[in-house]
Ligand binder design. Structure first.
Ligand code: GDP
Ligand code: MG
Length: 445
């Protein structure tokens, strides 16, 4: 790993009261000498004028963190200067002239990982905390960062290691003697216990995994039911083309909708019906795909025409679990904008008269309030869930082999389960995976 000095602005661009520039490297004495012409005491805030020849670039506070007691584990310096981008960039350029290199995205955290300051799951939690979009996501990212998730994984990994030792002792049992039933029974019990602990972690991780993924709401229905018109009402702009000509929307169009600081994606789709037009057919097949992957489907029915068997069949055919039927055009039928009490999946609206649009927003908001974040919800990534599930499959396979009496296969499955869990923490991870993870960080972190 490289450990030459790197530097970056760690605060957002634009004007702010203060800005922070970070420097990290195995040895910062040369850079310090050239840039500040002085040395600093460990962890003490010092007021300095940063001067390039006779020019004062800024008056700043400098804090020096001596290795290994720093975020990266290397020598680090934080310059707290005025939050002006011209000032900060001139300091950054001065640092680069004096031997520090501009840091790549996530390079500080990558160094922290290689210096065992953070494991991979914690490093990922740092990035997720920075990008968390609401209080729940923040709480779940903090649960991951403070090591609760890591502790659970470590405990599971230890259980699996000791199980493997037990299974191996059975393999080494003298050939002439049968393995006592008690030992086999014990191992089975222990695998079951580990499996149940692992299932709990998977459940808590699944809850958290949805927190940092943006929810997707697909608008579907027959042509001309008013899907595009309703979306334009929600977005308060003419985003999708509206026309009385059936088949106007042919591609899947995705928009961002902000409801009380919660951002969701709204998807406008081609109207579903039988058609011989090839372009429309392709649009319909794309619509069906995006409907299948949406978190919820708003199915639009033209209330002046009423709900038909084809509409009802659509929900059944595509096994849409979470859906709400929006009966649009109530300006034509004279109904009130309400959520039907008898069937709370039916909502009456009018895009033309902007009636019931708040009810649609209310339904979206309720999806957020039903999410629970407990002490054990982790902001797990897809990568973690995949590895947890892989661990579970190997454990189950190991148990099957114990039952069959193929102990050596069972031990191998336990080894693979252990590899899966330890990969969550970044043990034995490949370089390209690490690159992919750290490259998605922001610069300065
Ligand atoms: N009267 C009435 N007409 C509407 C309403 N919503 C949409 N329309 C009309 O229905 C037609 C189809 O609308 P559009 O949004 O393009 O439907 P889409 O094919 O489902 O996207 C257009 O002529 C719209 O002006 C409504 O609430 N009331
Ligand atoms: Mg449309």
């Amino acid at each position: 790993m490289n450990n030459e000095p790197i530097c970056a602005i760690a605060t957002p661009s634009g004007s702010s009261a203060l800005g922070i520039i970070r420097i990290s490297g195995q040895d910062l004495s040369t850079v310090t000498e050239k840039v500040f012409s002085r040395t600093f005491e460990d962890r003490k805030a010092t007021l300095v004028n940063i001067c390039e020849e006779k020019d004062i670039l800024d008056q700043s506070i400098v804090i020096y963190y001596k290795s290994p007691r720093s975020y990266t584990g290397e020598d680090m310096i934080e310059i707290i200067c005025h939050g002006n981008h011209v000032v900060m960039n001139s300091i950054l350029n001065f640092l680069v002239k004096n031997g520090a290199r501009s840091a790549n995205p996530g390079e500080f955290s990558e160094r922290a990982f290689f210096n065992n300051k953070l494991n991979l799951a914690q490093a990922e939690a740092v990035a997720d905390l920075i990008s968390a979009s609401d209080k729940k996501a923040v709480k779940a990212a903090q649960n991951s960062l403070c090591g609760k998730f890591v502790n659970e994984i470590n405990l599971l990994a230890q259980d699996i290691l000791s199980l493997r030792a037990e299974v191996e002792s059975v393999i080494n049992f003298p050939e002439d003697d049968d393995v006592p039933d008690v030992s086999i029974g014990n191992i089975k019990k222990k695998i079951d216990k580990t499996l149940s602990l692992l299932s709990d972690v998977i459940k808590n991780s699944k809850e958290g995994a949805t927190l940092n993924q943006r929810k997707i709401y697909a608008f579907a229905g027959k042509p001309n039911s008013g899907k595009s018109s309703l979306i334009n009402c929600l977005l308060r702009k003419n985003a999708s083309i509206v026309s009385s000509h059936a088949g106007t929307t042919r591609d899947v169009l995705e928009y961002e909708l902000n409801i009380n600081d919660k951002i969701v994606n709204i998807v406008d789709t081609a109207g579903i019906h039988d058609t011989s037009d090839d372009v429309e057919k392709e649009g319909i097949s794309r619509a069906i795909k995006s409907i299948a992957s949406a978190d919820k489907v708003f199915y639009i029915v033209d209330d002046s025409q009423g709900i038909t068997d084809a509409d009802k069949n659509f929900i059944k055919t595509y096994q849409i679990e979470k859906y709400v039927v929006l009966f649009n055009k109530i300006d034509l039928t004279g109904k009130e904008p309400i959520i039907d009490n008898r069937n709370n999946k039916y909502v009456y609206v009018s895009a033309k008269e902007s009636l019931g649009i708040d009810l649609i927003k209310q339904i979206i908001e309720e999806d957020f309030s039903s999410e629970v974040v407990s002490e054990n919800t982790y902001l797990a990534r897809r990568r973690h869930l995949e590895l947890l599930n892989k661990g579970r499959l190997h454990l189950e396979e190991s148990k099957r082999n114990i039952i069959k009496g193929t102990f050596d296969f069972s031990a191998e499955e336990l080894r693979l389960a252990h590899v899966a869990l330890s990969s969550i923490l970044g043990q034995n991870s490949k370089e390209d995976l690490l690159d992919e993870i750290f490259n998605s960080f922001c610069i300065g972190k």
